[in-house]
Design a binder for this molecule. Structure first.
Ligand code: SF4
Length: 712
């Protein structure tokens, strides 16, 4: 492997910061600044800087493990792969294809997500595939599709933010989740724009804001409706825009008018003057944006909540106009691409609907299979996990750690242990991998090439910088080997570029059209925004290509990609955005006498997701060694708890114990726990799996709990 720096991207969050990797003599890589990538201009957070530590970690898996006599013991690749094939085949033979489940992750590259979806549907013939991104941004995706006909996290590049007049950031603590992005918001303020942050906690992000609103958890929907009510009452509706570019206004208007500011104040705790000031700051500039993240999305009414914020943008003429609009700040590294290429229960590659006959025909032709043989939509992530051990007997899991990250996690852990067979691909022995019958050690970001799509819809090439350690294989190799063992010899290439060429064909003409993007373009242009229709050069299908009848790509094209969406028309049949009438409803679980406090969960800067990787990095662990319960001094006094005292948080689903962190930066009726840790302090032991009816998103952000002092 060369000793020069390889330009690539961070393995963690959806910002996909650019970085250079230089191989070191000990076989790992050194991270250095890459100032030319416009998203982060060289800046990295601690997670990105320390990412190589996982490569060289002494807890890294370097051999397949199989369960023997109750223990996981090292095994050869052949033995491990044979065991997985036998496990999946046995379940299918005994209980049918839908008794085999597949669970993916938003950290998988586009190539892996695509291949995993194809593997589930073509090799296993199961409809039961979904992924952990369902827990991330699915409500925003559902609301975006309803309103605009298309979901792309941000419909504009991050570089538009500083030039806007006002940004309302709803439920995003990006100072901790993606720190380099904060500079866009700082520049916004330096340029005279306004930043409004909506969060029940006075987070590090809220501290930067011109105005911080702290609603009760689970009431963002009412808040957005109250703002729209005031927009109407104060005569701030952009009537020409509403007339020309939208449909459904009257119903949305009527719903908003039922939410009087005083009523909204009672529900949310945000005062009427604060609501009025927000409307003034949002409506007065020529341009303005609303950006949501997990706060409003991870609710049992997340789709309606995001819909209400979109309605606000539409009524004020913001969406589809320069430096304006609605966007979602996707969380996971490939949270955007991961939802576009077929590992979602209801979707096919190119962001096509699985139940659309034309989409099935197109993708089946690319895959060389009968469209009628493709399974239909399956269960969503939580429902799939909840069915383990009952309807679903065997599971193949990649890039996910639901024992820590799923809601009602103790129940999900129990479901996982009741499986007949579990196979996990991971880089370390995560809490979920530790329960498996077979664990396969797989390559990491610096050891493999593949594409991701960041939160802006910018498709990027992550490049291999070093050779993986002996004994480790890529997820693509694993799927190739398993397909062969299950009787499908062709169609599962191990070369990422070959997979991408097939993905281009499969996505051609779909909502997320990648057909004009090639690896060469990604290198030369440092990313291309989808949709990018039309194709570049013809595809070399190679000897192993299993797609003789695949639709041919068009002649070379120089489509530039689409950094900004909706400026002329929305992606609906009539080109107009759709208002969706929504009304306030309470969280699925409101506080009562037995559980009088609200719990909300989130992240800290030094850990990522379930912590499977970052908890194994000494520097990050030192910075954030464990969970905590953040609570207001009044609650702490009532409990008799001092800073650092263990506090038990009890919900209808279980009990978690963690040290108290007492602060005025949180509402007195709310406690906060980060969710990165397993064990006694596992926040997701407590969370409520009540699902949004459209997106099937669980309600991570609001549930009722009580606090108990823990006496030594
Ligand atoms: Fe990596 Fe996200 Fe940190 Fe950037 S902000 S270095 S992408 S974890």
């Amino acid at each position: 492997m060369q000793n020069t720096a390889t330009p690539t991207h961070c393995p963690y969050c959806a910002l996909q910061c650019g970085m250079n990797l230089t191989p070191t003599p000990d076989g790992t890589v050194e991270v250095s600044e890459r100032a030319d990538f416009p998203v982060n201009r060289g800046a990295l957070c601690g997670k990105g800087r320390t990412a190589p530590a996982v490569l060289a970690s002494d807890v890294r898996l370097t051999s397949p493990l199989v369960r023997s006599g109750g223990e996981l013991v090292p095994a050869s690749w052949d033995e491990a792969l044979d065991r997985i094939a036998a496990g999946l085949r046995g379940t299918r033979a005994e209980h049918g294809p839908d008794a085999v489940g597949v669970f993916g992750g938003g950290g998988l590259t586009n190539e892996k997500a695509y291949t995993l979806g194809k593997f589930a549907r073509v090799v296993l013939g199961t409809s039961q595939i979904d992924y952990n991104g369902r827990f991330c941004m699915s409500s925003a995706a559902a609301a975006g599709i309803k309103a605009f006909g298309l979901d792309r996290g941000l419909p504009f590049p991050l570089e538009d933010i500083p030039k806007s007049g006002c940004v309302i950031l709803v439920g995003s603590n990006l100072a901790e989740t993606m720190p380099p992005s904060l500079r866009f918001f700082n520049e916004l303020r330096e340029n005279g724009g306004t930043l409004i942050v909506i969060d029940p906690r006075r987070t590090k992000t809220a501290e930067q804001a011109d105005l911080h609103l702290a609603p009760r958890p689970g009431t963002d929907l009412a808040l957005a409706l109250g703002l729209l009510h005031l927009v109407i009452a104060e005569g701030r509706v952009d009537a020409d825009y509403v007339q020309e570019r939208t449909t459904g206004w009257e119903d949305a208007r009527a719903a908003a008018m039922a939410h009087w500011p005083e009523y909204v104040e009672r529900i949310t705790g945000v005062s009427v003057p604060e609501l009025r000031e927000t409307v003034r700051l949002f409506c007065e500039p020529e341009s303005a944006m609303v950006l949501t993240a997990r706060g409003p999305e991870q609710q049992s009414k997340g789709t309606d909540t995001v819909g209400a914020w979109i309605n606000l943008c539409l009524a004020t003429g913001r969406a589809g106009r320069p430096l304006s609009g609605y966007g979602c700040l996707t969380g996971q590294g490939n949270g955007q691409g991961g939802r576009e290429h077929g590992q979602k229960a209801d979707q096919l590659p190119g962001y096509r609907k699985l139940d659309d006959p034309a989409a099935r025909r197109h993708v089946a032709e690319v895959w060389g299979v009968d469209p009628d043989a493709l399974p239909g939509p399956g269960r969503s992530a939580y429902e799939l996990l909840d069915a383990l051990g009952t309807d679903i007997k065997s599971l193949l899991l990649m890039a996910s750690n639901p024992v820590v990250s799923a809601p009602r996690a103790a129940h999900i852990e129990e479901r996982i242990t009741s499986l007949d067979f579990l196979a996990v691909c991971d880089v370390v022995l995560s809490e979920t991998a530790a329960l498996a019958d077979v664990v396969l050690p797989v390559t990491q970001w610096a050891e493999e090439t593949g594409t991701t799509t960041n939160l802006e819809g910018r498709v990027l090439l992550r490049r291999r910088a070093i050779t993986p350690p002996e004994g480790i294989r890529s997820d693509l190799e694993v799927l190739h080997e398993l397909a062969a063992r299950l009787g499908v010899e062709k169609g599962f290439p191990t070369d990422p570029e070959e997979v991408f060429e097939e993905l281009r064909r499969a996505s051609a003409g779909g909502p997320a059209d990648y057909s004009g993007i090639t690896y060469r373009r990604l290198v030369e242009e440092d990313g291309v925004f989808w949709p990018c229709p039309g194709a570049a050069e013809a595809v070399d299908e190679g000897e192993d290509a299993a797609l003789p009848d695949a639709p041919a790509l068009e002649a070379p094209s120089a489509h530039p990609g689409t950094p900004r969406l909706f400026l002329d028309r929305f992606a609906t049949p009539d080109g107009r955005a759709r208002f969706v009438p929504v009304s306030h409803r309470a969280a699925a679980e409101e506080p009562d006498d037995e559980y009088p406090v609200l719990l909300t969960t989130g992240r800290v800067v030094a850990q990522y997701q379930s912590g499977a990787q970052t908890r194994r990095v000494a520097e990050l662990n030192a910075a954030a060694p464990g969970p905590f319960v953040e609570l207001h001094p009044r609650l702490a006094a009532r409990l008799g708890a001092a800073e650092g005292d263990p506090v038990a948080v009890v919900s209808r689903r279980g009990r978690a114990v963690a040290p108290a962190r007492i602060t005025n930066a949180i509402r007195p009726d709310t406690v906060f726990m980060p969710f990165h840790w397993p064990g006694e302090g596992r926040a997701n032991t407590l969370t409520n799996p009540a699902l949004d009816p459209t997106s099937r998103m669980p309600e991570f952000k609001a549930c009722a709990v009580r606090l108990e002092a823990v006496r030594p």
